[in-house]
Design a protein around this ligand. Structure first.
Ligand code: PEP
Ligand code: MN
Length: 340
């Protein structure tokens, strides 16, 4: 923002008032009048507040590069959860491996307060020789397990030709970190008009992340839920570097729903309870936690998968609860059932 002063105003007095409001200001001396540039990292203060300061003649706000995101509801509802008001727990394996595996995990996670089950049918793997996911059939296994246990579904779309099928099964369509800037995929996935889970690219700035969400909204997504899953750092002792500052920024400054995925952030299950608590403390709207009923046998990401008992411990400590007696919102899985 640029705050312009009337000619002849005592600029030092106005500067003191701006600083007292918690703003970082840079003085710009013009030939006749003084203005102040308000640094974007300042506390959020409404334009109307600044116009009340004696001697301020105008406050110019630059046009936002993401107007649709700015207008997104602050507390959108997903599977009966008002994001940002009720904490959202999403849990499930890295990949959907078999009908029995996903059914066993759905049974365990639904009992401890998870509202959606996660699991990839199409897996983005660094090596082409690693397990690539069970493909289309896994979407059926996932949604029938979800339906049986009253859970919503979140699963990743990796390519445009999977978008319609994934949207048919998912309540929340996941865009993985490797595709955050695949703009044509964002547009195609958004056209199915499902809420989207936008994972942060591993080297994406916050501004790039917000603009990727703007693509989703422009192309039809009703709202975007962000997911911080760790960015690339220089230290290899954890898999990635969990950027909790960005979570606080999205939550407290932009008022956007942001989940934290400590599983992919740190890559090891022993650190997940501590990072989960930290995430909720800085303003996360919820958690996405990889959970497996036999982590040692997982076909991908076993070392970061929680045992169901560990998930239960985290859910209990952080107050995630199974909704009691609440009318469940229909999820995509229940809608699929109604159709068949
Ligand atoms: C995942 O959630 O399974 C996944 C592959 O995550 P990311 O895109 O964050 O690596
Ligand atoms: Mn994984």
């Amino acid at each position: 923002m640029i705050v312009s002063l009337e000619i002849g105003t005592d600029a030092s007095r106005v500067q003191r008032e701006l600083v007292a409001l918690g703003l970082w200001v840079r003085r710009l001396d013009g030939s006749e009048r003084v203005s102040f540039l308000i640094e974007p990292s300042s506390r959020q203060v409404a334009r109307q507040e600044l116009l009340k300061i004696p001697g301020v003649s105008d406050v110019a706000e630059p046009r936002s590069p993401h107007p649709l995101l700015d207008a997104q509801p602050r507390h959108p509802t997903l599977c009966g959860v008002e994001l940002g008001r009720d904490p959202l727990l999403i849990a499930g394996p890295c990949a959907v491996e078999s009908p029995a595996q996903i059914e066993a995990i759905a049974a365990r996670i639904s009992g401890v307060g998870a509202r959606l089950i996660r699991g990839g049918a199409f897996k983005p793997r660094t090596s082409p020789y690693s397990f690539q996911g069970q493909g289309e059939q896994a979407l059926d296994w996932l949604s029938s397990a979800a339906r049986k246990h009253g859970l919503g579904v979140v699963t990743e779309v990796m390519a445009a030709d999977q978008a319609a099928l994934v949207a048919e099964h998912a309540d929340l369509v996941q865009i993985g970190c490797r595709n955050m800037q695949n703009y044509s995929l964002l547009a195609t996935a958004a056209a199915s008009r499902k809420p989207m889970l936008l994972k942060r690219g591993m080297s994406a700035t916050v501004e790039e992340w917000l603009l990727a969400a703007e693509y989703c909204l422009l192309h039809g997504a009703p709202f975007v839920v962000f997911c911080e899953r760790g960015i690339r750092g220089f230290d290899t002792s954890t898999r990635n570097l969990l950027d909790l500052g960005a979570v606080a920024l999205l939550s407290h400054v932009h008022g956007l729903p942001v989940l934290v995925d400590p599983s992919h952030a740190c890559g090891r299950r022993d650190l997940i309870p501590a990072l989960s608590k930290a995430a909720m403390a800085v303003g996360a709207a919820g958690l996405l936690l990889e959970t497996h009923d036999a982590p040692g046998e997982a076909l991908s990401d076993g070392s970061q998968a929680l045992w169901p008992e560990e998930l239960a411990g985290i859910a209990g400590d952080l107050g995630f609860r199974k909704p009691a007696g609440v009318e469940r919102q229909p999820t995509q899985a229940t809608l699929l059932e109604a159709r068949t």
